[in-house]
Design a protein around this ligand. Structure first.
Ligand code: 5GP
Ligand code: MG
Ligand code: MG
Length: 181
């Protein structure tokens, strides 16, 4: 598996250090607010699991699955709810946890949806931000790392459902795409 990676962009250690930082900031900001931390499946799963362990406050978690990408590396531009939340959002302070914000379509859809469900506040925490991909004007409240305009995998991010279990973020060798598309 690792021999299919061209280059490591963000090491496991760098990711974990950043998560410690984000976790202590969020602990401070959400102290006594009992936030609802919503992870966007499947990509945000490793980040969410590590981040909540660094939030030293009472919180609640829920998960949502949306799809916009299909199996390709290019966004279809459409967001579809695959699995909805179990929790009522009215009056809650929401922290959306995402793996990456690229076009911004997924997150702008979710922010609108959660506000329509009467959340008290909605903030976005993303591990990665790819500002060059933006199709809609939306900024995360917190972003771990800025990534260049390349398709990245690892630490939750997949290519045709593979590589989510890499502990680091990397770029695939070009021949991996060539042989599979
Ligand atoms: P957006 O709606 O902002 O375009 O991106 C939504 C989703 O597309 C992300 O949560 C992620 O699942 C996928 N995505 C965007 N950029 C990348 C990338 O560089 N690599 C991978 N593996 N997925 C990406
Ligand atoms: Mg995602
Ligand atoms: Mg994907």
């Amino acid at each position: 598996m690792h021999d299919e990676i061209l280059e490591t962009l963000i090491s496991e250690e760098a990711i974990q250090n950043k998560i410690k930082e984000l976790g202590s900031e969020l602990s401070e900001e959400y102290k006594d607010r009992f936030p609802l931390v919503i992870g966007v499946l499947k990509g945000a799963l490793p980040f969410m699991a590590d981040l909540i362990k660094r939030m030293d406050i009472h919180l609640e978690i829920d998960l949502m699955a949306v799809s916009s990408y299909g199996t390709s590396t290019v966004s279809s531009g459409q967001v579809k709810i695959v699995k909805d939340l179990d929790t009522t959002l009215e009056g809650r302070d929401i922290i959306i946890v995402e793996d990456i914000i690229d076009s911004g379509l997924t997150l702008s859809y979710l922010v609108q949806l959660f506000k329509a469900r009467k959340a008290k506040s909605v903030k976005i925490v993303t591990l990665l931000d790819k500002p060059t991909g933006r199709k809609i004007d939306i900024k995360p409240d917190k972003a771990g790392f800025i990534v260049p305009d390349a398709f990245v995998v690892g630490y939750g991010l997949d290519y045709i459902e593979k590589y989510r279990n890499l502990p680091y973020i990397g770029v695939l060798k070009p021949e991996i795409y060539e042989t599979k598309e």
